[in-house]
Design a protein around this ligand. Structure first.
Ligand SMILES: [Mn+2]
Length: 342
């Protein structure tokens, strides 16, 4: 039933023992809760939606639980899937369930209530963060992989073979392809490997709606976001010759009528300057809370910097939160980055 391309890809999939355990668990439990991390991004939404839409073909009860809002531009990936809050899920569910988490480096970051995590029979952890602490009973964690969507693709493709079921339709392919694109910067980051490109190519063969994704995710910019980006870039600060800093506070977001979750695109511009190795983007979430994104180009492991301040992530893309004043947040992160770079 599998085509030759699928067979060839499956031959190259690593850690199939872990996938066997995960597939056995999915077979055993009729109720599954699927979640991801706070502040949903493309990989978060793509992997959870790809998985849910595939499992929906297996006559299981699958609940998508996330105590956060989906950014508007990613909404098209969630069509047909109801999102529950932890409280809503606990009110309607009486069955035993397992929790499958995508793209979360640790238990705390999974975006459900703690009781929902504790009451699960067990947790399955599928992730590609450098800092993942293997918090699941079963873990499919490969830090070298481009995205949780690529790992999810391995799981679902292998599951097609094990269960002898066709699971990847156009919608599943679209979700996974979208997450791979967003987490790899359209296949440009270091983590994009031959396997990433093979997964991408095969997802296109299986019907991923490439043009819809490109139009909705990359050619659909809110004009106000473009304008705040203009001011942010105007105010960019270069520290030494290898580090850049962009800060956006609540006042500036108000000025342009944009919200906190719309401006992540600014992060890339801090990194993509000639000669810059580390770009720092600080955005203010609330009066005493600042979210810091770190991006590096070639050699600085920013996950180490993030980890030293209570955050985490990948070698070339990490984040953390600082609970302090704006001045102190800037000072803290700039000092930590300078220590790593100079
Ligand atoms: Mn990811």
């Amino acid at each position: 039933m599998l085509d030759l391309t699928a067979k060839n890809i499956i031959d190259t999939i690593p850690k199939k023992d872990d996938l066997d355990n995960i597939i056995d668990s999915i077979k055993k439990y009729d109720t599954l809760v699927v979640s991801s991390h706070v502040s949903p991004d493309g990989d978060n939404v793509g992997s959870t939606m790809g998985f849910i839409k595939a499992i929906n073909k297996l006559n299981k009860k699958v609940y998508y639980v996330l105590d956060d809002l989906i950014p508007g531009d990613l909404g098209f990936l969630c069509e047909g899937v109801k999102k529950y809050t932890s409280d809503e899920f606990r009110k309607i569910n009486e069955d035993k369930y397992i929790l499958i988490s995508f793209d979360s480096a640790d238990n705390d970051r999974i975006c459900t209530s703690q009781s929902l995590k504790d009451e699960a029979e067990f947790i399955i952890n599928i992730d590609h963060h450098n800092t993942n602490d293997s918090y699941g009973k079963y873990n499919y964690v490969i830090a070298e992989y481009s995205s949780s969507c690529e790992l999810c693709f391995n799981l679902i493709l292998y599951m097609e073979k094990v269960l002898d079921e066709k699971l990847i339709d156009e919608d599943v392919a679209t979700s996974l392809y979208a997450g791979i694109l967003t987490d790899t910067g359209n296949f440009k980051y270091e983590s994009s490997s031959p396997s990433t490109l093979r997964a991408g190519a095969y997802l296109l063969e299986r019907g991923a709606k490439k043009q819809e994704i490109v139009t909705k995710l990359f050619q659909n910019m809110d004009l106000n976001v473009l304008k705040i980006l203009g001011e942010a870039i105007n105010n960019i600060e270069i520290i030494g010759d290898k580090v850049s800093l962009i800060v956006v506070d609540i006042e500036m977001m108000k000025k342009y009528s944009v919200s906190y979750d719309q401006i992540d695109i600014i992060t890339d511009y801090a990194r993509d300057i000639e000669g810059i190795e580390v770009g720092i983007f600080i955005k203010q979430k609330s009066p005493g809370e600042f979210k810091v994104s770190l991006r590096s180009k070639n050699y600085i492991d920013v996950s180490e910097v993030a980890k030293s301040l209570g955050g985490g992530g990948h070698k070339r893309a990490s984040g953390l939160s600082l609970y302090t004043t704006k001045e102190d947040a800037i000072k803290t992160i700039v000092e930590a980055v300078k220590k790593a770079v100079y």
